[in-house]
Design a protein around this ligand. Structure first.
Ligand SMILES: [Zn+2]
Length: 55
């Protein structure tokens, strides 16, 4: 609702909202694209599964 319909990273409108992991130090919600990118940034080489987190 309100301000968190924008991605905290790329500021684009979020269609599918993801909650960033605590260790990423990100406030707010992020889009799927940034979520995937963060996952591969933080866990290189691992095939982390992306959990869709809907409200
Ligand atoms: Zn984004």
């Amino acid at each position: 609702m309100g301000s968190d319909d924008k991605c905290a990273i790329c500021s684009e409108k979020i269609e599918l909202r993801y909650s960033p992991m605590e260790e990423w130090s990100i406030e707010g919600s992020i889009c799927g694209k940034c979520y995937s990118k963060k996952l591969s940034d933080h866990y290189p080489g691992e095939h982390a599964r992306v959990n869709k987190q809907l409200d």
